[in-house]
Design a protein. Structure first.
Length: 142
């Protein structure tokens, strides 16, 4: 057993907890009521696409479709997104941002930039890339 490397899951969990705490505080500071850190993943996916199906969102944010459905329903209730039946295939729904959702873009980018600044503080870009590459490899193992 190698303590230096065996603590990876615990370390990732602690980093996630700290990041979520930071995001929650920033969401409050930006007056984005009702949003949780996980909602940011859905909103950011929609910033890059005009509209997406639940499956497309699930693929982009690497979550189960049932989880995405719950997240989208909450975002609809809060007025950030809307969904409508697909014109070509009524088995699918397309999700898109509302004007309220589009207005969150700059605030969420600000929060993301502050978070990344803390995460990578004083870390050279080469090490940042190496870290992300390693974490992607670990994620792909699942």
């Amino acid at each position: 057993m190698n303590f230096e490397t065996d603590i990876i899951i615990s370390l990732i969990a602690r980093i996630r907890e700290k990041a979520n705490r930071f995001i929650v505080e920033e969401l409050k500071r930006h007056n984005l009521k009702g949003l949780a850190p996980v909602h940011g993943d859905v909103l950011v996916a929609l910033f890059s696409h005009e509209e997406l199906t639940m499956k497309q969102i699930a693929d982009i944010i690497d979550r189960r479709k049932s989880t995405v459905t719950t997240l989208v329903e909450k975002l609809i209730m809060l007025g950030y997104v809307q969904k409508k039946q697909d014109a070509q295939d009524n088995r699918y729904f397309k999700v898109s941002l509302t004007s309220k959702g589009r207005k969150t873009r700059d605030k969420l980018i600000d929060i993301s930039n502050k978070l990344l600044s803390m995460v990578y503080k004083d870390m050279p870009v080469a090490k940042q890339k190496q870290l992300v590459k390693g974490l992607k490899q670990i994620n792909d193992n699942w």
